[in-house]
Design a protein around this ligand. Structure first.
Ligand code: F3S
Length: 428
């Protein structure tokens, strides 16, 4: 029998427009999604995260839509953050972005500011201590790599929202109770055995490719992945990043990009796998054994004939403070021959400045670029034709979104390419 969405009297009033057209429009979106997906009620959320904010995605029509909504009095009522936009606000001229792109982009961000949204411009809201959600917190996040991290590593609850639906949820402070907000949907329907060593962030991206391609939007349960991960740091230090945080954010991003995974579990490691044990696996779960990463590495290293690299990019999802430290350490005493962007959130960049990592990277000739990334920035206008990355998601999206040829490898290979200008010849 079809389920009926029941709204509280307060929610009905918002829907009827008694609190103004901005909130009414938002409630219409949230309630419509609830009806489509069979929700019986709405849930309060503690945080929203809005994606699709680059002018590349929004275009003029998107900005007009946002301006109209803001003019209707739309204001967010929960802490709300923004995904990367198409440029770095502080240095867009220095980097070489054209005013024709920059000015409308900055206008869009101003509209978000008017609505009360914090302009964090990062895909890793979980790396900012004031937004780190708690186990069991309900969220409306619209960045697939962040959603999978929140659900899997933090034990919070979010569906993969679209940009407008996350904004609507932020304006009414509610989302519809369906999908991953419901316990029963969080059981694993795939059991994964990984029979290959995982030695780098790049290997975790490659694993995300193999598993994502197979399970699609399923929920994988990794039976033996913890042996390739150091323990997670205590909650208050998660925001610094760590070898485990950096690997898991890359794994999730690739699972979400090559499949549509929004939640995974790791035996004896992630919160729900620990609290529920084997109960977290559905009885009819299917099985996948990963014996090789070679097909993934071959697909992601899409243009092996390319040797000269225009841009090396590290930080997809946005680099943690720990990754800034790794890059700074590698580059000590070196000069770069090609462009290096270490992309990160402005909050992490500021922390990196305080720690001296940003200065170390930039004195070598690299840039720690805030607010954007090589997928959402208009790279073609910067004359970037070839790129190298250690991130599975970047290898998936940049060729299509930014028209570049792609080399994929470890962070060390990428940084070596930045030092010499050429992709390093492999030993084997
Ligand atoms: Fe973030 Fe851009 Fe990668 S938004 S997840 S750095 S493609």
């Amino acid at each position: 029998m079809a389920k009926t969405l029941h709204l509280s009297s307060e929610e009905e009033e918002v829907l009827a427009g008694t609190e103004g057209p901005g909130r009414q429009r938002a409630m219409e979106i949230v309630a419509t999604l609830g009806r489509i997906y069979g929700a019986e009620r709405l849930l309060p959320i503690v945080h929203a995260h809005i994606a699709g904010v680059s002018y590349k995605n929004l275009g003029d029509a998107g900005i007009s839509f946002l301006q109209e909504w803001a003019a209707e009095g739309a204001q967010v009522v929960v802490p709300t953050t923004l995904n990367p936009m198409g440029l770095e606000e502080a240095r867009w001229q220095e980097i070489g972005f054209a005013p024709e792109f920059a000015l409308p982009q900055l206008k869009a961000i101003d509209v978000f500011r008017q609505m009360g949204i914090r302009p964090t411009m990062s895909c890793t809201p979980y790396l900012f201590s004031e937004y780190l959600p708690r186990v069991g917190a309900h969220l409306a996040w619209a960045e697939s790599s962040a959603v999978v991290f929140a659900n899997s590593v933090l034990g919070s609850y979010s569906n993969r929202e679209g940009g407008p639906s996350a904004l609507a949820a932020a304006i009414v402070g509610r989302t519809a109770a369906y999908g991953l907000h419901i316990e029963s949907a969080r059981r694993a329907n795939w059991v994964i055995d990984v029979a290959v060593p995982l030695r780098s962030i790049a290997d975790f991206g490659a694993l995300g490719y193999v598993v994502g391609k197979t399970v699609g939007n399923g929920v994988p349960y990794f039976r033996d992945l913890a042996r390739w991960l150091l323990p997670l740091p205590p909650r208050e230090q998660l925001v610094d990043g760590s070898p485990a945080v950096d690997r898991l954010k890359t794994l999730g991003a690739a699972l979400a990009a090559y499949g549509a995974v929004a939640l995974y579990h790791i035996a004896d490691y992630t919160p729900e796998a620990i609290s529920s044990g084997k109960e977290i696996i559905a009885p009819d779960a299917r099985h996948l054994r990963v014996d090789s990463l070679s097909p993934a590495l071959a697909a992601m290293d899409a243009d092996p004939d390319v040797t000269a690299i225009d841009l090396v990019t590290i930080g997809c999802p946005h680099a943690s403070l720990h990754e800034l430290a790794l890059v700074a350490d590698f580059l000590q005493g070196k000069r770069l021959r090609t462009k290096l962007w270490v992309t990160t959130g402005r909050i992490t960049r500021q922390r990196g400045l305080e720690a001296g990592y940003v200065q170390q990277i930039e004195v070598s000739g690299g840039m720690v670029v805030a607010d954007t990334c090589a997928v959402v920035a208009p790279l073609r206008s910067l004359h970037i034709h070839t790129m190298a990355t250690n991130a599975g998601k970047m290898a998936c999206y940049a060729p299509a979104h930014s028209g570049v040829k792609m080399r994929f490898g470890t962070m060390e290979q990428c940084l070596q390419a930045a030092v010499t200008g050429f992709w390093p010849v492999s030993d084997g």
